[in-house]
Design a protein around this ligand. Structure first.
Ligand SMILES: C[C@H](O)[C@H](O)[C@H]1CNC2=NC(N)=NC(=O)C2=N1
Length: 112
């Protein structure tokens, strides 16, 4: 199986399957820096990246926006001076889907 970042996203739908605990364990090996958080009962994947200033943080934010548009799957982005927090989850199904782990892996790629 190819690396997560190279795999294709599926179309988002309300009835798509949530990732299982076993799948989470497998996927987390490729995105170990990401935390799983629960907000309002919704499981989310979250990581913060540090930068030297706001301009670099904003440039990264736009790169993440670009991969989101390419995939048709979008994160929550908090852009601050020297820091960007990226949170992925599947809005329509109110939880974590494999798409979120694929996009987290792609986010790590654009952070390099
Ligand atoms: C119509 C549009 O494709 C859908 O609303 C997409 C947009 N981007 C999305 N992004 C995320 N993270 N979850 C979704 O359910 C989702 N749905």
């Amino acid at each position: 199986m190819s690396e997560l970042s190279e795999q294709q996203c599926e179309a988002c739908s309300w009835d798509a399957p949530h990732v299982t605990d076993d799948e989470i364990e497998t996927y987390r090996r490729e995105v170990p820096e990401w935390q799983i958080v629960e907000r309002d009962g919704i499981m989310q994947l979250e990581r913060s990246y540090k930068f030297r200033n706001f301009r670099q943080a904003l440039a990264f934010t736009n790169k993440v926006g670009e991969i989101a548009e390419q995939a048709g799957h979008h994160p929550a982005l908090l852009t601050e001076w020297g820091k960007v927090t990226v949170t992925w989850w599947s809005h329509e199904m109110k939880g974590l889907h494999k798409n979120d782990f694929i996009l987290a892996a792609r986010t790590d790629e654009v952070a390099k």
